[in-house]
Each structure stands twice: as structure tokens, then as C-alpha cells.
Design a protein around this ligand. Sequence first.
Ligand SMILES: [Zn+2]
Length: 283
Amino acid sequence: MPELPEIETIKVQLAEVLPGRIINKVEILKAKSFIGDKKQIEGKKVVGVERKAKLLLIELDRGVDLAIHFKMTGQLIYVNKDKRIAGGHPTLDFVGELPSKHTRVIFHLDQGTLFFNDQRIFGWIKVVESGELKVESFWEKLGPEPFDLDEEQFIKIFIKLKQPIKLALMDQAKISGVGNIYANDACWEAKVNPRRLANSLTRKQYTDLYFGVIKVLNEGIKFGGATAADAKYIDLHGLGGHYQDHFRVYDREGEMCLRNDDGIIHKLSLGGRGTYFCPACQR
Ligand SMILES: [Zn+2]
């Protein structure tokens, strides 16, 4: 599932090519994937690309925007002659022929084509009035991003919660944008056991966790997000991110802790998600 750094990466890349482009025609191959009237956006010009947590917003002129949620397997691929930009959930479609059997919506632009692919069809694209999203329930349910909080505000959120700290970090209503990969690695940064109750950390652990979350998210953005180990082919084409080369504990079960403390990374399931930690340094 794409997380904040992956969405930020595709946002930055699309912001270089989409503004100024006209959406000539929208082809909807799967009705469930597109909410709204495509006539409202045909003929309109892209004026910007923004992100709120894991939601991407393509801003159009004359009062409408496109909100895009990637969910588990959504991806956006822009193709213009030899140029290709791909983001979201990485699969062979990043580098293969398009449209593919997973293509749900095609935006024919005055220069190039934008494909929305989604294997499992949980993602969606929605036509919204500019500004409308802010009052929509989805938007309101999102907590602030870690980047929008200072240390004290961060502590105030978690000191009240009686759930395991890793689950609290991933609760989008509390803070938004932290998914499984970065929650795992942030707990390691702070030397906190992911099962510890959120209200039970020491002052120093809250502080270390705050800076740990910011650090791993920034690193994720710096390396263009993470690409799964089974998607190495994407790298051959210069697409996909490299945060996977910098995982602290995520996906490192059985490997030595990076702190060289003789700890071996342990894996368990917490809230149904793979949870990794070092028993030696994460208390
Ligand atoms: Zn360790």
C-alpha cells in the first residue's frame, strides 16, 4: 500500500508535467473507479498537483479538482512519447504496455496520457468542487500530518491513547500519513517496542518518536518511497523508490539489528499488520 512518501513522490513528479495540460477526453473502463461526471473535467486545464496525507489532488481551472485515493493497489502512470512517470503501488504495469488489464481510467491529454490502474479496485478518483474536499467527511476524519505538528502537540495526541503505540501512529484520525512501513521504522528509531501502550512512554521516548517519525518520512521522500523486494524490475527502468535499502526493521525478520546490539529482528502481527522490532533495543 502506498504511504505518504510514495504519494509525495508521485505528486512532485506529476507537478512537473501536468500543469498546463488540457484533459481532452476521459475514458472510464471501470465505473466504480470514477465518481462524478467526466463532462465536468473534459476540456479543462490542470493548474496544480497537491497532496493531503495519502490523497492526491489534481487541481483544474474553473472550479473543479480531481481527488485520487490509491488505497491498496492504485497507481498513476503518465506516458508521453519516451517519457514515463509512475507512482503508487508498484507492479509490472509501471514498465509494461498500457492500457493493461488493470487500467480503470484513462485521461487523454493534449500532450501525453495519464493512466489510473488499480488491481483490486479499492482506489478511486472523484470529481470535486474546488474547496469541497475540506468539508467532506473523508478529509475531516484525517488528523494533522506529523510535519504540521510540533513536539508538544505530538505528545498531547499520544499521551491520551491506550492502544499499542504502533497502531496509534497508523490511526489516520490521530495523525495522517504514517502507514505500516514507516510506523515500524519510527518505533525502532525511538527504541520503543511497538506493542507498548501509547500512554505509557517516557518523555524522552515521545520526543524520540516524534523526531523518528519525521526522520523516516523525510528519508522515504528523499529516496522516492519504497518499492517492494519482488518489484526489482522497476528499478531497471529507473522507476520506483529506494527507501527499501534503508529499512530499519521493516521486512528484516531474522536479520541483525542495525545497532549491532546482538538483537535479531523479530516479527509479529499487530492489528493484522506485520510488525517488526528488535527485542534488544526496543523496550
Ligand atoms: Zn536493536
